[in-house]
Design a protein around this ligand. Structure first.
Ligand code: AQP
Length: 332
């Protein structure tokens, strides 16, 4: 049965292989049999300061990468979050139905805030905006990396709370997560996840990196001094991360990779991994270059936003009705 799917990526930098393997690959698969909405969540990105010209560029880069990895605007709605003002309106309404206690337990907030006494309020309420993104479209399934599990649980709690208090208002969504071990870790520190905004560019591979940069980042990736190729996330997180990346791009199982490289040093494995990544990213980069400055990209985003607005409007009429807001009433 076709399901309504929603997910998004922040335009905080160029999409890296963690975003790709953790989220975008699923987006592409899901669009074949479902009704999908894929958003570029620019309002989320300003929870930390962004230079405006950079942000404008990154929004279009991420949109072009969406298309370049295989999202098809004829099958999926692709749009920019701030082009649909109802995201912010619903976020406010949901904030009035959320608690500071539950928001302070969010691990991503704790990591990004790094224990400072005062934090931007937007960073704190970020998960509520995410809940609004999802609930606005009556989304049934949300494909995300498993780092987002806590935020999806919060979204479900808020939806159930509103439904119990005000009557059936929201569809309660489900997360669709990757299997364990598919979280891609930073190349320089395999105990943190690969991230777009990390300072060290060699901590990640961006989908737009050239072969020389990919080679440099992989060859200097943190491993261990043991020297034997085996998969052990606890004892050998760096090498295990490289094996996960290799497996995800090549389709070869981790076990067969371990067998193939057993006895060899890490250097041979790293060298082959560079080739595997480069050959997988080449067609994506080619497609990106063809469409990044095209009118096709802008049309896809405008049409996507217009259609998303129509769906959002229906939800907001229902929300206004349930909460008794304004003079709009359901069905009018
Ligand atoms: N390292 C990762 N491994 C697997 N999946 C990942 N995702 C992010 N990092 C990894 C998934 O990618 C989707 C989009 O992420 P996002 O842009 O919404 O924000 P994020 O999770 O905060 O990603 P970044 O790259 O770490 O960005 P910054 O540095 O700006 O915070 C999500 O589905 C996420 O799970």
């Amino acid at each position: 049965m076709r399901k309504r799917i929603f997910s998004g990526v922040q335009p905080t930098g160029n999409i890296h292989i963690g975003n790709y393997l953790g989220a975008l690959k699923q987006f592409v698969e899901l669009q074949e049999d479902n009704e999908c909405l894929y958003c570029i969540v620019d309002l989320h990105s300003i929870t930390v300061p962004q230079a405006s010209q950079e942000l404008k560029k990154h929004i279009l880069d991420v949109a072009a990468l969406y298309l370049a990895v295989g999202l098809d605007p004829k099958k999926s709605l692709i749009f920019v979050q701030s082009d649909v003002p109802a995201h912010s309106e619903l976020a406010w309404i949901l904030m009035c139905n959320s608690y500071t206690g539950e928001l302070s337990r969010m691990t991503q907030f704790k990591q990004k805030n790094r224990g400072q006494a005062s934090a931007p309020a937007g960073l704190f309420t970020y998960p509520v905006l995410m809940a609004a993104d999802i609930l606005l479209y009556d989304s049934q399934v949300v494909p995300v990396g498993n780092d987002q599990k806590q935020h999806i649980e919060l979204t479900r709690d808020i939806a159930l709370r509103v439904n119990n208090t005000y009557g059936e208002t929201f569809v309660v969504p489900e997360g669709r997560y990757l299997k364990a071990g598919a979280r891609i870790m930073a190349l320089d520190d395999p105990t943190s996840k690969m991230s777009k905004s990390a300072e060290n560019i060699h901590s990640r591979i961006s989908l737009l990196d050239d072969p020389a940069k990919i080679k440099k980042s992989i060859m200097r990736a943190t491993t261990d001094s043991e020297g034997s190729v085996r998969y052990d996330l606890a004892e050998k997180p760096g090498l295990s991360n490289l094996l996960n990346i290799y497996s995800a791009f090549s389709g070869q199982s981790v076990d067969s990779l371990v067998e193939q490289y057993a006895g060899g040093g890490y250097g041979v494995l790293k060298k082959d991994l560079v080739d595997v990544i480069v050959s997988n990213l080449e067609p994506i980069q080619q497609h990106f270059n063809d469409i990044r400055h095209s009118s096709e990209l802008i049309s896809a985003l405008s049409e996507g936003a217009a259609k998303a607005k129509e769906i959002a409007q229906k939800t907001m009429v229902r929300v206004h009705d349930r909460f008794g807001l304004g003079i709009r009433r359901a069905g009018k």
